[in-house]
Design a protein around this ligand. Structure first.
Ligand SMILES: [Zn+2]
Ligand SMILES: [Zn+2]
Length: 280
């Protein structure tokens, strides 16, 4: 039975630090039942930030060979982290995490998953300095994810809150902000079954709590969305980053179950089961 799993990991095939084999071996060492790779899809508008189209085949072969090599020790899945505007064919993958790292503004693809200074220049240049307009544009873009194809997981739902603990670009507790975010939840629930609790920004020192905020997790729960827990891992040492805390946050927001990918697709498992496995 799969109870401890991380499906959001990056390797040296994109912008991660470890090989697919090293990440898998580390997952085995930590007692994971399963690990999934979610390489960044090629982005013609940002060639240095995703895999190159000609690298995708090798990524698939690499993950499939490690999957076979360690089949008796761990269940390895081959996924992709799709950026909304990527043209990648999604059929070869076991699962798809859909993310928005770029906004399309007047035909230009604008990256905002960057340092705070860059985010500020994006807001100044494209939104006349209005951080709330930036937040609104992000959520309106995120709401279109289901139009891209079959996506299983919404990646880092409130990615734009990456810097909020240090710099205030918009009031993330205001009714206006929460309205834009909940409108996106409404558009996504029912179309994409799962939202991840993503601890990646904790590992990288930007945030103390995972994406999405507890307020938004409660809204996801109220509207019938499911969750899974991941660390958006770019370095094997952070594979289980803040999983324990995420279980507690999920519980406090009303969830009793998380989800894991199995050979039969995504299945719910009690948060308690995952917690038990973490003690081993
Ligand atoms: Zn991402
Ligand atoms: Zn990622």
């Amino acid at each position: 039975m799969i109870a401890l799993q991380n499906l959001h990991t990056h390797s040296i095939r994109c912008d991660g630090k470890d090989s697919i084999e090293d990440m898998t071996l580390h997952a085995i060492e930590l007692g994971f039942d399963s690990v999934g790779f979610s390489g960044h899809s090629p982005m013609f508008y940002a060639p240095i930030h995703g895999m190159k189209p000609e690298e995708v085949e090798d990524y698939l072969l690499d993950v499939r060979s490690i999957q076979k090599k360690y089949a008796d020790k761990i269940k390895v899945f081959c996924g992709i982290e799709l950026d909304l505007y990527s043209k990648l064919d999604l059929t070869p993958y076991d699962y798809v995490i859909g993310s928005v790292h770029y906004l399309k503004i007047d035909g230009e693809y604008v990256g905002f998953d960057r340092n705070a200074q860059t985010v500020k220049s994006v807001i100044d240049r494209y939104f006349g300095g209005d951080g709330m307009a930036y937040a609104r544009a992000y959520y309106e873009t995120l709401a279109t994810l289901p139009q891209r194809g079959k996506i299983d997981v919404v990646g880092h739902f409130d990615l734009i809150t990456k810097h909020v603990e240090n710099v205030c670009f918009f009031d993330w507790n205001s009714a206006e902000y929460l309205r834009y975010a909940t409108e996106a939840i409404d558009a996504l629930v029912g179309q994409i079954p799962l939202f991840e609790i993503n601890t990646g920004a904790i590992a990288r020192g930007y945030r103390k709590t995972p994406y999405p905020t507890a307020d938004l997790l409660r809204e996801i729960k109220r509207r019938g969305g499911g969750i899974l827990i991941s660390s958006d891992c770019h370095d094997k040492h952070f594979l289980a980053q803040s999983f324990q805390e995420s279980i507690e946050i999920a519980r406090a927001c009303g969830f009793e179950e998380t989800h894991v990918l199995t050979e039969n697709g995504f299945e719910p498992i009690p948060l308690d089961k995952m917690k038990e496995r973490m003690k081993i």
